[in-house]
Design a protein around this ligand. Structure first.
Ligand code: SF4
Length: 365
């Protein structure tokens, strides 16, 4: 069995309750792209930013005894070489010294030396990849740009991204590419998967689209459409590449037979895992500019506090005592399931009382 250290199931099982094992830091709100589905799009900025004092953040991380995984996200965390040097790399160095599993989320379109500088400290280079050609890239990656971007600029970035991914993979980096299931990508995911396999990507992450920030303008797929799309992807994928499904809106407690049939197929497929959502279960996000601590970098809940004023553990405990958390805090170990996150429940399961449900395991599941 593949053990995914970001999955909250493992710490829930080990501790008998959810504990804080994961921190994600948003290093910047700058990005050179404006993707149509960007879940933090409303936060993106062009104004000058000043990140938090890195030593203060490290001191706060040191207060979390249960920490196991650490991620950096953005914006594009490598957008500013200065931020990379004075904030991102020192945080990752601390995390690696502490033997945490580490990840950076990037669009991989900037000069490759920025990514190479991260390699000694990063276990997972997580990229966004939703394209089969430059036309897809041009339409998706600049959809929310204030001004039109010409095809030649898109072509240059697209080529750089593809070359960077291939080079990093060649150097032995674990590159995990995330594709979002949207109306545009739904029928292309098998081909995207096989292309990623050719580029040397070691893991392909698949997430349905949820209506956060820029993505709220896009049509969401129905559960029937998502089921069909995932089934087709399983038929068409390169089966030697690890495929990780996240924020999946299908659960073993469903009374829809097709939902459980899909989960059975996912469980039985080699090199396929389904990640329970870490946000708010074993993970908090810290905004590296404002210091806000939040459950997800893309949710609309009030911040739990500011890292420069309140302790992270205190914020996590307050969150766990809140109704927003307890409402969806279900757990079925027989299904290795820790329940839906807020945005999944709000999008597809309004009014459903997960606390009263239970996994129904069938043969093979
Ligand atoms: S943990 Fe919650 S969502 Fe998962 S199968 Fe059990 S009741 Fe359903």
């Amino acid at each position: 069995m593949i053990k995914d250290p970001w999955d909250p199931y493992w710490s829930r099982k080990a501790h008998g309750r959810h504990v804080l094992t994961s921190i994600e830091v948003t290093a910047t709100n700058h990005c050179n792209l404006r993707c149509e589905h960007c879940a933090v799009g409303d936060l993106l900025t062009t104004v000058r930013e000043q990140h938090l004092d890195v030593e203060m953040v490290i001191d706060q991380l040191a207060q979390i005894p249960t920490l196991e995984t650490f991620s950096i996200t953005g914006g594009e965390p490598t957008y500013s070489v200065e931020t990379l040097r004075t904030f991102v790399i020192p945080l990752l160095k601390y995390a690696k010294k502490r033997n945490l599993s580490t990840q950076i989320n990037t669009n991989a379109t900037l000069p490759v030396d920025r990514y190479k500088a991260l390699l000694p400290f990063v276990d997972v280079i997580h990229i966004s990849y939703n394209y089969l050609d430059v036309v897809d890239f041009h339409e998706i990656a600049f959809d929310k740009n204030k001004h039109p971007v010409n095809r030649a600029v898109a072509q240059r970035l697209y080529q750089t991204m593809n070359e960077n991914v291939a080079e990093l993979a060649q150097l032995g980096a674990f590159v995990s590419a995330e594709s979002i299931i949207t109306e545009r990508t739904a029928n292309k995911l098998g081909a995207i998967n096989r292309r990623l396999a050719q580029m040397g990507v070691q893991r392909h992450e698949i997430h349905p689209l949820y209506p956060s920030d820029f993505a709220r303008f896009m049509r969401l797929l129905s559960l029937d459409e998502l089921r069909l799309c995932i089934t087709r992807l399983l038929d068409e994928r390169a089966s030697h590449v690890w495929m990780l499904f996240g924020t999946l809106p299908f659960f073993w407690c469903s009374d829809v037979p097709e939902d459980r049939a899909l989960l059975e197929r996912l469980t039985a497929s080699p090199n396929v895992t389904v990640r329970n959502d870490p946000d708010g279960r074993n993970r908090l996000n810290i905004n590296g500019i404002s210091g806000e601590m939040v459950v997800q970098d893309f949710n609309s809940l009030e911040p739990l506090g500011f890292v420069q004023r309140e302790g992270i553990m205190q914020a996590f405990e307050a969150w766990q005592a809140s109704q927003s958390f307890t409402k969806y805090n279900c757990y079925c170990p027989e299904a290795m399931c820790t329940g839906p996150n807020l945005i999944v429940a709000d999008t597809y399961y309004r009014g459903v009382e997960f606390q009263t449900r239970r996994a129904v395991m069938t043969k093979g599941g």
